[in-house]
Design a protein around this ligand. Sequence first.
Ligand code: NAD
Ligand code: UDP
Length: 355
Amino acid sequence: MTSILITGGAGFIGSHTALVLLEAGHSLVVLDNFANSSPESLRRLLELAGPDAEARLTVATGDIRIRDDLERAFAAAPAGQPIEAVIHFAGLKAVGESVQHPLRYWDVNLGGSRQLLAAMQAQGCRTLVFSSSATLYGMPEQVPIPETAPIRPINPYGHSKAAVEQLLDDLSASEAGWRIARLRYFNPVGAHPSGRIGEDPRGIPNNLFPFVSQVAVGRRERLQVFGGDWPTADGSGVRDYIHVMDLAEGHRAALDTLLSEEPQLLTLNLGSGQGHSVLEVVAAFASASGCPVPYELVARRPGDAASSVADPALAAQRLGCRTRRGLAEMCRDGWAWQSANPNGYGTANPLEGGG
Ligand code: NAD
Ligand code: UDP
């Protein structure tokens, strides 16, 4: 059993990863300020993890930017089992919002990460799994995209992730002993197959998958497909969707690799290596849900790439695992969540219906 601090553990990817780690027998402290999540996700994942899990999960409500909150989180580990590793999910992730509020993004994503790393150093904890993003690759020249592709983010969200990656480079070069995995996620979607936990975006979803699920459940009238004239097989944009449970299992594998090998800085794509177009996602979701997904073709969204697909070979080799769940399972499980929880975790949502 390892004691692990999970920042942002109540969020979409954090909650699924917390469940996988509890099921693997680990002890967790979740540090979250619930800026974009609900404590209900933690209550539900405990239900799924079984009766003995409650004693192994401690919730520390707090902010990664505040030193006292970080100290409290480290101190919340079980007696005699100090935090050995941190999985750092906490951050802001909406591209459009990052263009409107760059200071907020640099503050939470870079400032919060800096504060967390300082706390880890002070605590003598030097094992970290960091949530990075394929957004770093900007407009990729080569698809599938290897980890060696140039880092050229094109929005403040991407810049803040690139800055944290740079900080981790500098830190691991400055001091021996750091074990760091920078995991570049492609497009995480779906939900736990139980439908008890899933993605609960606030306001109008920016991302394709939650928007499609909300159309299927009748919460939105129709999907706008951003561009039907891309140089792809059917003219709509192509992405690499990865089931959130495959992603969660990837985190467990990354942690096992870091803890069992010599100190290192690992940089890995987490994607399936399979591209799917917007229209393929629409058809697969309609088929999984049995509900129509009306859509209209509209202009391209500024800043979009035609195609973004991972080269997942290095992750498969270094972590010894591959994604197992395809688009049909992503839609099936996404629908299990959406149909049972049409309003997500049911938190009051002042942005709903807003512009
Ligand atoms: P999410 O918003 O569901 O989860 C993030 C969690 O962090 C939330 O629970 C939120 O309340 C918490 N949080 C935010 N600011 C905080 C702060 N200052 N202090 C403490 N907690 C804070 O997002 P997610 O989809 O689960 O993403 C997790 C991570 O993965 C993020 O860093 C994101 O940038 C990265 N990522 C996500 C995607 C994606 O498509 N979902 C893709 C690539 C990378
Ligand atoms: N997309 C779309 N309509 C939407 C949201 C997204 O057509 O309402 C398209 C988008 O242009 C891209 C794909 O769906 O081709 C995935 O977009 P998303 O925002 O989910 O992920 P990202 O572009 O960040 O990879």
